[in-house]
Write a protein that binds this ligand. Structure first.
Ligand code: PHE
Length: 339
């Protein structure tokens, strides 16, 4: 009998499990109801009286030893399992993925910021407009081609409800709602029925500027735009004004900035002219002041409008406008900025 205890003791000593299943097997074999050690306990009564003491003591030692060994092996197998999942609790956590602003939003924020420094406040108008605010009040004659289905998306042609084709409609709303001095910028989406290509889209963004006060002159307009160009494109930027025509401004100009990529020397972005066209501007036509409820004998003003996609494309060297509307994160996540 004592011999049996010794044998089992050697077995317990030598046992090295490969898996927790194997360990459990071993536990049942030894300590289970019909296990080898339990079996010896049932045989205890058959042991001669004079051996009972020694046998009992060694059997109890064996049982405790087996229990302790199994518990220890179980723990070390569990620890091994944790590390085999490559879980290192001392590693820093995965960084939280941050979003990035859309390039059009970045340019928008920067421009609003620059004009805010000159005292311009943001004024918003609706995207779904009426003929009056988009065309009639802005001095478009009834037969003007811009009213045509070719350019304008009508929501309801009978009632002349349409998607605004420019943010100049907000000039009219700003003048209807406020008394001079008025100094507002109006950012927003505009829509035109144009074929979508690398250079044009049926939906884009503009920022409209409007300043109405006594004695506002063309020089004020020029100086404001020069300040903007230097702030946005860099302090060495020059501007150039070319005569143009808009029904709602007189005189009107198209404004170019010296090419920020080649510094005016000429490159393929500015088509070797050294200048890039960025906006339309002019002195608000007296007819527009009158239509919007402003006394054109007392007040004058200037207005300008610029396209955000165009400016974003120039700033970031984007050659196809469509990528700005595709929401491809691989493109969008490149733009990180403080704005
Ligand atoms: N609304 C004009 C456009 O969309 C831009 C403009 C705005 C021109 C204000 C002059 C004054 O092209």
């Amino acid at each position: 009998m004592l011999q049996k205890v010794k044998e089992l003791d050697i077995q317990v000593e030598a046992f090295v499990p490969q898996s927790s299943e194997e360990l459990e097997q071993f536990r049942i074999q030894m300590l289970g109801k019909k296990g080898a050690i339990s079996q010896l306990f049932t045989e205890f009564k058959n042991v001669p009286v004079e051996q009972k003491r020694e046998f009992g003591a060694s059997l109890n030692i064996l049982k405790t030893k087996a229990q302790e060994k199994i518990a220890q092996l179980k723990q070390s197998l569990e620890d091994k399992n944790v590390t085999s999942h490559n879980l290192d609790l001392s590693l820093p956590a995965d960084p939280v993925k941050l979003g990035s602003r859309h390039p059009v939003a970045l340019v928008h924020n920067e421009i609003v910021d620059i004009f805010a420094r000159l005292g311009f406040t943001v004024f918003n108008g609706p995207e779904i407009e009426d003929d009056w605010h988009v065309f009639s009040a802005l001095n478009f004659p009834p037969e003007h081609p811009a009213r045509d289905m070719q350019d304008t998306f009508f929501v309801n042609q009978k009632d002349e409800v349409l998607l605004r084709t420019h943010t100049s409609s907000v000039q009219v709303r700003a003048m209807e709602a406020q008394k001079p001095p008025i100094r507002t910028i109006a950012p927003g989406r505009v829509y035109r029925n144009e074929a979508i290509s690398a250079r044009s889209h049926c939906m884009f963004h503009q920022i409209e500027g409007l300043y109405i006060d006594k004695d506002v002159s063309f020089a004020d307009l020029k100086q404001t735009l020069l300040y903007f160009a230097k702030e946005f494109f860099g302090k060495d930027t020059k501007i150039r004004m070319r005569p143009s025509y808009f029904p709602f401004t007189e005189p009107s100009a198209e404004v170019d900035v010296s090419c920020s990529l080649c510094g005016g020397k000429g490159c393929n972005v500015c088509k070797y002219t050294g200048y890039l066209e960025i906006l339309g501007a002019g002195m608000v036509d007296p007819n527009v002041l009158k239509a919007s409820g402003i006394d054109d004998k007392i007040y004058t003003g200037y207005a300008f409008g610029l396209g955000l996609e165009r400016i974003a494309m120039l700033k970031y060297g984007i050659t196809d406008i469509r990528v700005l509307f595709e929401n491809d994160v691989r493109f969008l996540e490149q733009f990180k900025s403080v704005f």
